[in-house]
Design a protein. Structure first.
Length: 216
């Protein structure tokens, strides 16, 4: 069980290396392409809106069908668009790639958290599971921008080609995250740690004092 929790942490870590690394570079990359700040702001606003609003849809589908892993594979699979950002200078194409990544995050987060919570409740403990997962997640958030930092230090410049190199290097993180997702899927399935494939029914969703304390 601990191995599964660590694997989910690594999934978050490698995923964060990709999209936090890209997010740290996107603004300046668009600037080098002569895209004005207003346009970038609107794009980011739309992306963040989709990244959160569509979680309602993803969560509903996840609960109704029980196909958590399908959404997880699609969501993390969409990270492939990030290396492609280093292969084009077309702003419309970059906009599409950026939004696909945000939509992918919306698709994968609810089912991933559902599986983690089931593993925690049944075998380990919610606080430990999400604490470990978040710690590894933040490690990836720190390492992601370092990919571009090391690229700039290695090339000795911060021009368009250096940014494109940074994006392309992230393909290695993509391979790692997809391998980690596959391993997690196989281990969870092998040891029957969740109720994947079952429609989730609950008699009530009463909010306890713990929830309100967390909100505070």
């Amino acid at each position: 069980v601990i191995a599964v929790v660590v694997m989910f942490g690594l999934i978050s870590c490698f995923g964060d290396i990709m999209y936090e690394g890209a997010r740290s570079a996107n603004g300046q990359y668009f600037n080098l392409l002569a895209v004005n700040a207003t346009t970038v702001g609107v794009l980011y606003g739309i992306g963040e809106f989709l990244g959160y609003a569509l979680r309602l849809v993803s969560g509903k589908i996840s609960d109704a069908t029980g196909r958590h892993w399908t959404l997880i594979f699609i969501g993390y699979g969409s990270l492939i668009v990030i290396p492609f950002m280093g292969m084009t200078t077309s702003f419309p194409v970059l906009c599409a790639l950026f939004l696909i990544e945000r939509i992918g995050k919306a698709l994968r987060n609810p089912p991933k958290d559902t599986i983690l919570s089931q593993v925690a409740e049944n075998h380990v403990g919610t606080g430990f599971v999400f604490g470990l997962q978040e710690a590894l997640d933040q490690l990836g958030a720190f390492a992601g921008p370092m990919v571009f930092t090391m690229t700039f230090l290695t090339t000795g410049r911060e021009d368009l080609s250096s940014y494109q190199t940074g994006y392309r290097i992230l393909i290695f993180a993509y391979i790692l995250v997809m391998v980690a997702v596959f391993i997690a899927y196989k281990r969870v399935s092998k040891y029957n740690l969740t109720r994947d494939g079952e429609e989730i029914h609950r008699e009530s969703d009463t909010l306890t004092g713990t929830f309100w304390l967390y909100c505070l």
